[in-house]
Design a protein around this ligand. Structure first.
Ligand SMILES: NC(=O)c1ccc[n+]([C@@H]2O[C@H](COP(=O)([O-])OP(=O)(O)OC[C@H]3O[C@@H](n4cnc5c(N)ncnc54)[C@H](O)[C@@H]3O)[C@@H](O)[C@H]2O)c1
Length: 357
């Protein structure tokens, strides 16, 4: 299959967890000669340190960074025109479910209005061009919650439960509407939980690793039996690249790990790795404490990703045991990155909002 090529790719939210992994993946693992133009507002979750090597190697040659809110049409439009953008890979979003429960407003603004703005910039500049692409990165959480069996498919009805997933669902619908209404070339990906380097430590895996490093409580929601499907972040990036270069316009592709874990079992697994690394502190699972459940906490997510496998030849490449070890070791080896983040508001936020059961 002939792969599409681009000259100037706008990546939104490129300084966050998945966006920065994607930019690393792009420069280190693909043969593309395109330039990357990263637009990021640098919210608490955006961290320029995630891209230091890229900045040093490619900065202002093939990599361009703009501190830019995607909700500002004029600002985005100017950069879009200056760089003659022919592809947008849209990651920018407020991404943490808990924060969306405590304060949904930013989620509505960035995730819905921000996506709308980008779509408008793309539509007004690209007009009828068909050699361009708007790739929208979304989540499996838009499909709602599963019982003990079954999987989400691309045509599963949307049933979002949190302000976060509702805002992502709305943005997915907008992207789809721009394809059907205006013929804008778009693709959408809905992915399961990612893990790996550079993830902001409010999310389960880095939060647990960092708490263990500090001998702090490991807070587990409810009975700990909620199930998530975990995918190594680089595999998400390769899936997105497969879609960007060969996905059919107007299509949605599910991306998943086919790797379901109860939260509590996953935490025990991480404890075991930390026991090996720091036997003097073992057993780390003595730090586990159960906390009041998240309201509207979806029980199980699991995705069927046969479509991207069959159509685009994508598959997961990282075995979970190896990926989890690699991830734990990355956080252990990157103390400076952690210290930088921890010096901010994040610890206070966690202490304020997680009530012990
Ligand atoms: N993390 C996951 O497991 C997962 C799974 C599936 C899909 N997703 C989706 O992937 C995308 C990236 O997720 P992530 O985990 O990297 O999130 P993240 O919170 O780590 O990063 C989000 C980035 O977007 C930036 N941003 C937020 N609002 C912005 C705005 N208004 N203008 C410009 N930049 C803004 C932030 O500064 C940050 O750099 C999101 O759209 C999310 O919904 C995430």
């Amino acid at each position: 299959m002939k792969k599409r090529e681009y000259k100037n790719i706008m990546v939104t939210g490129g300084s966050g967890f998945i966006g920065s992994n994607f930019i690393h993946y792009f420069f280190e693992k693909t043969n593309s000669k395109a330039n990357i133009i990263n637009l990021d507002k640098l919210t608490y979750a955006g961290n320029p340190n995630n891209l230091t090597e890229i900045q040093n190697k490619y900065g202002n040659k093939r990599y361009f960074f703009y501190k830019q809110d995607i909700c500002d049409f004029g600002g985005v439009n100017k950069i879009f025109q200056e760089h003659e953008i022919d592809c947008i890979i849209h990651f920018a979003a407020e991404s943490h479910v808990d924060r969306s429960i405590f304060g949904p407003k930013e989620f509505i603004e960035s995730n819905i209005m921000g996506t709308f703005n980008l779509l408008e910039v793309a539509r007004q500049n690209w007009k009828d061009r068909q050699d361009v692409l708007f790739q929208h990165t979304s989540t499996d959480e838009v499909y709602g919650s599963l019982g003990d069996t079954g999987f989400f498919f691309e045509d599963t009805s949307y049933d979002p439960r949190s302000p976060y997933s509702a805002s992502k669902a709305a943005s997915d619908h907008l992207v789809s509407a721009y394809y059907h209404t205006y013929g804008l070339p778009v693709t959408i990906s809905n992915c399961t939980n990612n893990y790996g380097a550079y993830q902001f430590p409010e999310k389960l895996i880095p939060l647990m690793i960092m708490n263990m490093m500090e001998k702090k409580d490991l807070p587990v929601y409810g009975d700990g039996k909620n199930i998530r499907d975990w995918l190594f972040v680089e595999d998400h990036c390769s899936g997105i690249w497969a879609i960007v270069t060969a996905g059919r316009y107007g299509e949605t592709y599910n991306i998943g790990g086919e790797n379901e874990w109860e939260n509590i079992k996953l935490i025990h697994e991480m404890c075991k790795i930390m026991d090996e690394r720091f036997p003097e502190n073992a057993p780390h699972n003595k730090l586990i404490v159960y906390v009041k459940d998240r309201p509207g906490h979806d029980r199980r997510y699991a995705i069927n990703c046969d479509k991207i496998k069959n159509e685009l030849g994508w598959t997961q490449s990282v075995d979970f045991a190896a990926g989890l070890r690699k991830t734990v070791d990355w956080y252990l080896d990157n103390q400076e990155w952690i210290d930088n983040i921890r010096s901010g508001e994040y610890l206070k936020w966690i202490e304020k909002n997680y009530e012990r059961r």
